[in-house]
Design a protein around this ligand. Structure first.
Ligand code: NI
Length: 158
């Protein structure tokens, strides 16, 4: 495995819609493993492939329950809304308020190509919405309701 460079805001790869993954190859699996290592190295709870310069619909997350990789994730249901603070590994030193759905259902493939369906709430729901946004070229700066003043020490990046 390898730690990859994380691209930051201003890079066009973060602003475009990422491509569907049509086939999960050895290269895809290596990318997923490298993304997981990169996420841990950066102390993040989530990472999307465009953040390592790869415009493909792949995300990885770990909100404290072990690593999860999703290929071609889609939000198929969303309910409620809540505002909370988010950070992003591609936007260093910024903490902003973002409104997200409270509960969501996500359908995707896992790293083995098997269909998975996730019903999420809380931090997982928020992290999934943040990462899936990255696949559509949407950043928290596009959704921010306001900025947190001063330093937030406990928020993990995504
Ligand atoms: Ni992010």
């Amino acid at each position: 495995m390898a730690v990859l460079d994380i691209v930051t805001v201003g890079d066009p790869v973060l602003e475009k819609r990422a491509e569907e993954v049509t086939k999960i190859t050895k290269r895809t699996v290596k990318l997923i493993n490298d993304m997981i290592e990169t996420m841990y190295e950066a102390n993040g709870v989530g990472l999307a492939a465009p953040q390592v310069g790869v415009s493909e619909r792949i995300i990885v997350l770990d909100v404290g329950e072990g690593p999860m990789a999703l290929v071609n994730p889609e939000i198929t249901e969303a309910d409620g809304s809540e505002i909370d603070v988010e950070a992003c590994l591609s936007i260093p030193e910024r903490w902003v308020y973002v409104k997200r759905a409270q509960t969501i259902t996500v359908e995707a493939r896992n790293e083995k190509g098997k269909p998975v369906r996730i019903e999420a709430e809380g931090m997982l729901a928020r992290a999934l919405q943040h990462e899936i946004d990255h696949l559509d070229g949407v950043l928290i700066l596009d959704r921010m309701l306001g900025e947190v003043e001063g330093e937030v020490v406990q928020e993990a990046g995504e």
